[in-house]
Design a protein around this ligand. Structure first.
Ligand SMILES: Nc1nc2c(ncn2[C@@H]2O[C@H](COP(=O)(O)OP(=O)(O)OP(=O)(O)O)[C@@H](O)[C@H]2O)c(=O)[nH]1
Length: 419
């Protein structure tokens, strides 16, 4: 951006103060030049050219034989239909000394080949653009190009329609510097040191267009880059977001897993005391739970110590797992089974009266009796049953169920007692 600003300023300053483009016609320029006089039109004027390194000298004896007597320098730019575009030049200057009769008027003619109007075999079909200048005694004359006009005598002679009678110098085939008029017969000496067209390498309008193009181009490139950058940032953010959400998911899973581990017994996979507490808390938070019926069943495997002692702890563990699975299988999904400790389990049956809990305990007990156990063992269990009383905290009910279990043990085990 800074580069572009500096370049813009530099080009504008250069265009204004420099960037000169000059097209010169002189002895030194090496451009082909010849003198032409009115003898072509059966006139009597005679022009002679003398070349000096610093000037082209025309000696013209102007005689009034032809209607418009003349002598002229002729610089040919092109002999075919492809001329030179001089429309980008701003001014014409010439350095001339003029001796002779009359007011020392010179005429500059620029012949422009215009397709549709000009032909190669008719020299006069090329548009004549002209300007008349009176040469001062000394010095350089400079005139703006825009004072050139399509010569009225030429437009009249060629019957050029008004619309095409404009000055046009975009395809110039020759430049003339001519002298002569009816009242200036005699000897004329014109010393042409230089005839120059002045312009800029790049016109102001063209430069402004170029600068505008550069700025628009830069803006487009900059926008493109910014868009690409934003897109890649968006892609990065999306990728990062996707990654983060995956990590988050994994962390959530891990947290859930850890929470599950904290709430379950690692051996039997049923709830531990903490898990049971959390489950009951959740249950109690329910608005309708305060009036709900709860039954508590305490279960304890009979003579489990003997299993361990006789068959080893491995078998004991297998029995514990199979026992928990059997109880879990025998209760409803809404009931909660927890390992209370060792070979003791607690069942919380929601929406259950003591009598129903009793029936459930009996069913479970009988199921255990008929089950096939690891190592061909026979496993029985004792049950203590109670129901939560209105206004009672669950700890009291558990204690009562524990008491009932104690009774069941005392009464010979493999039985259910209700408190
Ligand atoms: N294999 C195994 N044994 C356990 C585990 N937890 C507790 N025990 C054992 O369970 C036995 C419990 O024995 P006791 O409290 O005497 O009860 P019991 O032998 O079942 O006798 P009663 O309950 O009176 O019928 C102990 O030998 C403990 O070591 C366990 O996770 N795995």
């Amino acid at each position: 951006m800074i580069g572009l600003i500096v370049l813009t300023a530099a080009l504008l300053i250069w265009q204004h103060f420099g960037m000169e483009r000059i097209m010169e016609f002189s002895a030194a320029s090496g451009r082909p030049v010849e003198l032409v006089d009115d003898r072509l039109q059966q006139g009597g004027s005679v022009a002679r050219l003398t070349r000096r390194p610093d000037a082209l000298i025309m000696d013209c004896d102007l005689r009034l034989k032809f209607e418009w007597p003349y002598c002229r320098f002729l610089f040919i730019l092109s002999k075919n239909e492809f001329g030179v575009d001089l429309s980008e030049f701003d001014s014409i200057s010439f350095d001339i000394s003029y001796d002779g009769p009359g007011d020392h008027t010179v005429r500059i003619f620029l012949r422009n080949f215009e397709p549709g109007m000009s032909t190669l075999d008719d020299y006069m079909s090329q548009k004549v653009n002209e300007v008349h200048v009176i040469v001062p005694a000394k010095g350089i004359v400079k005139i703006p190009v825009k004072v050139l006009r399509a010569a009225p005598w030429w437009t009249d002679m060629r019957h050029v329609p008004f619309l095409h009678a404009d000055m046009r110098i975009d395809n110039v085939t020759s430049v003339d510097l001519s002298i002569g008029a009816r009242d200036t017969a005699g000897h004329h000496r014109v010393e042409l040191r230089s005839l120059k067209f002045h312009g800029k390498l790049i016109s102001q309008n063209r430069l402004l267009l170029i600068l505008m193009g550069m700025w628009i181009g830069c803006a487009v490139v900059w926008l493109g880059l910014a868009l690409r950058h934003s897109r890649s940032q968006l892609t990065n953010s999306t990728t990062r977001l996707a990654l983060l959400s995956k990590v988050n998911e994994a962390l959530e899973l891990e947290t859930r897993e850890l929470a599950g581990q904290a709430y379950s017994d690692p051996l039997t996979q049923v709830l531990n005391r903490e898990g049971l507490r959390a489950a009951l808390m959740e249950r109690w938070q329910h608005p309708d739970s305060s009036h709900e019926l709860f039954a508590v069943i305490f279960v304890d495997i009979d003579h489990f110590k003997k299993v361990n002692d006789t068959h080893g702890h491995g078998v004991g563990d297998d029995v514990l797992c199979a026992f928990a699975a059997a109880i879990q299988h025998g209760i409803r999904a809404s009931d909660k089974l927890a390992r209370w400790g060792g070979e003791e389990f607690l069942i919380i049956c929601s929406g259950t009266k003591a009598s129903d809990a009793h029936l459930l305990a009996e069913k479970l007990r009988e199921g255990l009796n008929s089950q096939i156990w690891p190592g061909g063992l026979r496993i029985t269990a004792s049950f203590g049953v109670t129901a939560l009383q209105p206004g009672e905290v669950i700890g009291e009910a558990i204690k009562r169920a524990d008491g009932a279990l104690y009774q069941a043990k005392s009464n010979g085990r493999n039985c259910v007692r209700v408190a």
